[in-house]
Design a protein around this ligand. Sequence first.
Ligand code: C2G
Length: 135
Amino acid sequence: MKTVITYGTFDMFHVGHLRLFKRMRELGERVIVAVSTDEFNALKGKQAVIPYEERYEIIAALKCVDLIIPETCWEQKVIDIREYDVDVFVMGSDWSGKFDFLLPYCRVVYLPRTLDISTSSLKESIRSPRVAFNV
Ligand code: C2G
């Protein structure tokens, strides 16, 4: 069974994340998503708004995802690729080239990011809403 894996925080889940998973489904029969734990995000210098348990729960409800595993460190990818017999490693294009070291173990595919949506832009729009409310 052709297995595809990706890694990420997936904070404030949005259509960019969903479309990544749906495109992964076109690359294989089994889709695995490794979700960054809050502790690993601290190492990445990121603090997710939504805690790991809830980010996990949201992704676990998606029919296009078959398995979720925790991402606890940068170094786990080769171990995961071997353990889950991964055929394709996928990341969005903002990571282009950064994971080519995995090429000896599996195909590495960087998919174009979905335009005009990101967790940081969502946070910004909440912080400073553009719409003037008539009060
Ligand atoms: N993404 C996308 N389109 C967007 C936003 C994000 O395709 N509009 C993709 C990113 O390219 C990435 C994935 O969604 O492949 C997850 O994005 P993040 O949650 O920001 O991932 P990050 O925190 O960068 O963690 O070991 C890898 C790291 O854990 C990646």
